[in-house]
Design a protein around this ligand. Structure first.
Ligand SMILES: [Zn+2]
Length: 83
């Protein structure tokens, strides 16, 4: 049988306090509750077997202006859905 007592645990963790567009450098603060401005999108890309970037993961954040500029270079527009 084990005996228990309550102890206070202090935890240190890393939280995002700001977000910056990797392409243009525009920055915004992130609120204390973690709410991010909707004008940024975060990407995480994992390259698979056969790619010259195999086993790499690329992470970056892009503002909507830069994202629209990028998407406008597409030959075919992305599928867009309302949620
Ligand atoms: Zn940007």
């Amino acid at each position: 049988m084990k005996e228990y007592e309550e102890i206070k645990v202090t935890e240190t963790k890393k939280v995002a306090t700001g977000i910056t567009c990797n392409k243009c450098g525009k920055s915004r603060k992130i609120s204390e509750d973690g709410w991010e401005f909707g004008e940024f999108q975060s990407f995480s890309l994992s390259f698979g077997y056969g790619s010259i970037y195999d086993e790499q993961i690329w992470k970056f954040d892009i503002c909507e202006t830069c994202l629209v500029d990028f998407v406008n270079t597409f030959k075919y527009s992305p599928n867009i859905y309302e949620v």
